[in-house]
Design a protein around this ligand. Structure first.
Ligand code: TRP
Length: 330
């Protein structure tokens, strides 16, 4: 049996970059797999966070995932802290994973910061919790960005070591790396990622922007003077051009080369209105649904709670098997 599991951090104030990243791939995978999607609030507290904003950010993310087309009637969508098996399995797996393995994690080194007391222990063990997320559901396929590949390999290593020590209980997962995981950059600076924390609202397209605002932000996006190149090699030194064509390709669900086959040699005066139209067409239904869903937190909470109940019904029996395998008294 094939089963997909993936997790996403509960960031609030969502934008085009969030949609074209994980969320859209999640929607697509529902056609071929049984899918379980988790908003990972336990992971979110491993770095400094605002407790007053976390629940709202969890709802924002749930609203965006549903607005994009995840169907809670067949797919399980829930928030991690609502299923206690994640933390319990993570604790158990912490005695399987080795510090030597965690010491090699690149993301930890990038995020550890410079606090004199060091980062939180949770940040260090973050990949073990991620492994527990996946292994709790016997997920076979895990869609993630390139940056998560190392964590997926760790999850495999943990599963293999657990099974060698305690018997075949866990299923080592396979990563599914996003086809052309679109890296969406700022509309004001093609070298910076599109980000909710950029002080300039013109740098990003928010999932709350109306059609006129979306079109205006695209038309005012920073560009350079030359026409579009004929091939992607021509983007060297032209990060803004690369970004706008990348957004076009992602929204049109085609390749950058295919976009350039049509648009190479043409100027931004023609390209930007086409990109604005395409962005509005693709995003408007999602924005409408997002705004509507976000206005009804009670409904979102019901969807998440129902998802948590269904998720728990899968994870708890697995946790019991794990507990029996390591020898805990029942
Ligand atoms: N660490 C992942 C990220 O930052 C999020 C995540 C948590 C995840 N648990 C997961 C992804 C399980 C896939 C599977 O993107």
């Amino acid at each position: 049996m094939n089963r997909v599991f993936s997790g996403i951090q509960p960031t609030g104030n969502l934008h085009l970059g969030n949609y074209l990243g994980a969320i859209r791939q999640w929607v697509a995978m529902q056609a071929d797999f049984e899918c379980i999607y988790c908003i990972v609030d336990l992971h979110a507290i491993t770095l400094q966070h605002d407790p007053k904003a976390l629940a709202g950010a969890t709802r924002d993310m749930a609203a965006a995932i549903l607005a994009a087309g995840v169907d809670p009637a067949k797919t399980i969508l829930f928030h991690q802290s609502a299923v206690t098996a994640h933390a319990e399995l993570a604790w158990t797996l912490m005695s399987v994973a080795r510090t030597g393995w965690l010491d090699r994690m690149i993301q930890f080194k990038e995020k550890r910061g410079k606090d004199s007391e060091g980062p939180s222990v949770g940040l260090y063990t973050y990949p073990v919790l991620q492994a527990a997320d996946i292994l709790a559901y016997r997920a076979t396929h895990v869609p993630v960005g390139e940056d998560q590949k190392q964590h997926l390999e760790l999850a495999r290593d943990i599963a293999v070591k657990f099974n060698a020590a305690y018997g075949e209980v866990l299923t080592p997962p396979l990563p599914v790396i996003g086809r052309e995981a679109a890296r969406i950059m700022s509309l004001r600076d093609g070298t910076a990622k599109m980000s909710k924390s950029d002080p300039s609202a013109a740098s990003r397209i928010d999932l709350t922007d109306d059609a006129a605002t979306i079109a205006q932000k695209i038309k005012r996006a920073k560009t350079d003077a030359p026409p579009l190149p004929d091939t992607a090699a021509g983007f060297d030194g032209r990060p803004e051009a690369r970004n706008l064509v990348g957004i076009y390709a992602a929204l049109a669900e085609t390749s950058v080369d295919a976009v350039l086959a049509d648009w190479g040699g043409k100027g931004f005066g023609a390209f930007k209105p086409a990109l604005a139209d395409l962005t509005v067409t693709r995003l408007e239904p999602i924005v409408d649904a997002y705004v509507r869903l976000r206005a009804d937190p009670g409904h979102l909470d019901t969807v998440l709670r129902d998802g948590a109940a269904r998720a728990g019904a899968i994870a708890l029996p697995l946790l019991r098997e794990v507990y029996a395998a390591v020898g805990f008294l029942r």
